[in-house]
Design a protein around this ligand. Structure first.
Ligand code: XIL
Length: 386
C-alpha cells in the first residue's frame, strides 16, 4: 500500500472509528473546526497540519530521527506533507556532534539540514548545552580551567556550520531542577554548572549570538506547563531565570516549552498556559511549544479508541490554551508516528503498563492520522479564526 493510500485509509479509519463508537468527546476530536464544521475532508494539501497552522502564522514541526529519514520514504513523505519545520531528535546534540574531543560528526545533522532546505522547512537546532546526551569524554575532561573554552568552541563549531540556516537554537536545555534546593532553582548536577557556575548560561547565549546572529536563541524547559503546584513552582523559577538573563542583557529570544504531557491525570493547563504566554510576552520573548507528546501509560483501559480519545483531548485542551496568545509562534511534536516515539524505547516511560506500547503522537503505527491529529488541527484552525 503506498503512502497516500495509507493516509486516505487513515481518514476513513480515524473518522469511521470515531463515528461508529460514539465515545464521549469523540465528536470534539473529529475533523471539524468549530464543533461539527469541517476543516477539510482530506488530511493533506489544504487539510495538512502545516496549511492550517500557516493561516495563523504558526510553524508546525516535529522531531526527526535522521536514520529513519534516510531509509524510509513513507516517513519522508509524512514530514513533507504535514510539517514546515524540523528539529533533530538527537543529531545536533553534544554527544552525537562531538563524539571525541575536538572531533566532530556532522553527517546526520547535515542530512537533516539538506532535507529541510530542499523542502523549504525551517530548522530548529537542538541543543548546545544540556546535562544529558554528553559524550563519554566530557565529564572526565571538563575542569574549571577548560570548561569555558570547550563550551564556546563547541557552540562556535556546530553553530557556525549552520550559521544563517537555523530558525532557532535551543541554547540551554533544562537548567532548572528545584529538587537541588537552590533559591534560584538552578540544576547543580550539570557539568557546566559545576565547572562554570551560573554564568555558563550567559556565556552560552552570548557565544551562540556571536556565532549565528540571525538565529532566535531559545531557553528550553520541561515540566512547566500544568497548573499543579510543582509545575507552577518550576514555571515561576524558569520565568525568573529568563527575567534575570534579560535584565543582564543576555541575548535570549524565546522560551521553549517542551510539553511532554500525560493523559488521564487530572492536569489542567489554563493557568499554566496563561502564565507562560503572558510571562514570555512581558519579557519580549516568543514562545515555542517544542516537544509535544502525550503519554497514555497511566490510562487503565486497553481499548485503543478510548486511549486515543483521551490523548486527543489533552492535545485540544493544551493547544487551545497555548494558542489563545499570539506569543505562541511554533508547535512541534516529539516525533511523527507512534511507531517511533522515544516513549516506547525501553520501559522508563511505561511504568504502569510495561508491555503496552504508548500512543502519544499524531499518526498511528501505519502512519494513519489519529484522533490527536484531528484534535490538533481543530485547535490550529480555531486559533486562525481568533
Ligand atoms: C530524547 C530522544 O527522543 C531520545 O531518542 C534520546 O535517547 C534521549 O533524548 N527532552 C529533550 C529531548 O530535550 O532532547 C529528549 O529527546 C526528550 C526530552
Amino acid at each position: 500500500m503506498n503512502r497516500r493510500t495509507l493516509i486516505q485509509r487513515g481518514i476513513q479509519l480515524g473518522l469511521g472509528t470515531l463515528a461508529s463508537t460514539a465515545l464521549p468527546g469523540a465528536h470534539a476530536v473529529a475533523a471539524s473546526g468549530k464543533r461539527g464544521e469541517p476543516v477539510a475532508t482530506e488530511t493533506t494539501g489544504k487539510g495538512a497540519l502545516k496549511a492550517v497552522a500557516a493561516a495563523r502564522g504558526l510553524l508546525l514541526g516535529c522531531a526527526v530521527d535522521t536514520t529513519l529519514m534516510r531509509q524510509d520514504a513513507a516517513y519522508q513523505a509524512a514530514l513533507r506533507e504535514q510539517f514546515n519545520c524540523v528539529v533533530g531528535e538527537n543529531c545536533m546534540k553534544f554527544g552525537p556532534t562531538q563524539p571525541q574531543p575536538g572531533t566532530y560528526f556532522f553527517d546526520d545533522a547535515d542530512a537533516l539540514v539538506r532535507f529541510a532546505e530542499e523542502n523549504h522547512m525551517k530548522i530548529r537546532g537542538h541543543n548546545f548545552v544540556w546535562h544529558e546526551a554528553k559524550p563519554a569524554w566530557l565529564d572526565a575532561t571538563l575542569t574549571r580551567e577548560n570548561a569555558a573554552s570547550i563550551l564556546t568552541n563547541h557552540i562556535r563549531t556546530v553553530g557556525g556550520r549552520y550559521r544563517g540556516k537555523v530558525h532557532s537554537w535551543d541554547v540551554v536545555n533544562e537548567a532548572i531542577w528545584l529538587e537541588d534546593g537552590r533559591p534560584d532553582g538552578l540544576r547543580t548536577a550539570s557539568p557546566w554548572f559545576q565547572t562554570l557556575g551560573e554564568q555558563y548560561l550567559a556565556l552560552a547565549f552570548r557565544t551562540a549570538h556571536e556565532t549565528d546572529p540571525k538565529a532566535l536563541l531559545t531557553y528550553n524547559e520541561y515540566g512547566i506547563e500544568s497548573d499543579s503546584d510543582s509545575e507552577s513552582r518550576k514555571r515561576a523559577a524558569t520565568l525568573a531565570l529568563l527575567k534575570r538573563l534579560k535584565a543582564a542583557g543576555v541575548p535570549v529570544h524565546a522560551l521553549g516549552v517542551q510539553s511532554h504531557l500525560r493523559a488521564g491525570s487530572p492536569a489542567s493547563y489554563a493557568k499554566g498556559a496563561a502564565e507562560l504566554t503572558q510571562g514570555a510576552q512581558e519579557l519580549g520573548l516568543k514562545l515555542f511549544v517544542t516537544e509535544m507528546d502525550v503519554k497514555d501509560d497511566s490510562l487503565e483501559s486497553d481499548n485503543i479508541a478510548v486511549r486515543d480519545a483521551a490523548v486527543a483531548s489533552v492535545y485540544s485542551t493544551y493547544l487551545d490554551a497555548m494558542l489563545q496568545s499570539k506569543a505562541t509562534h511554533a508547535v512541534l511534536t516529539w516525533g511523527v508516528s507512534d511507531a517511533h516515539t522515544w516513549l516506547n524505547r525501553g520501559t522508563r516511560f511505561r511504568e504502569k503498563h510495561p508491555t503496552r506500547k504508548q500512543r502519544p503522537l499524531l499518526l498511528d503505527d501505519a502512519d494513519a492520522p489519529k484522533p490527536a491529529f484531528y484534535a490538533m488541527r481543530q485547535s490550529l484552525w480555531q486559533a486562525s479564526k481568533r
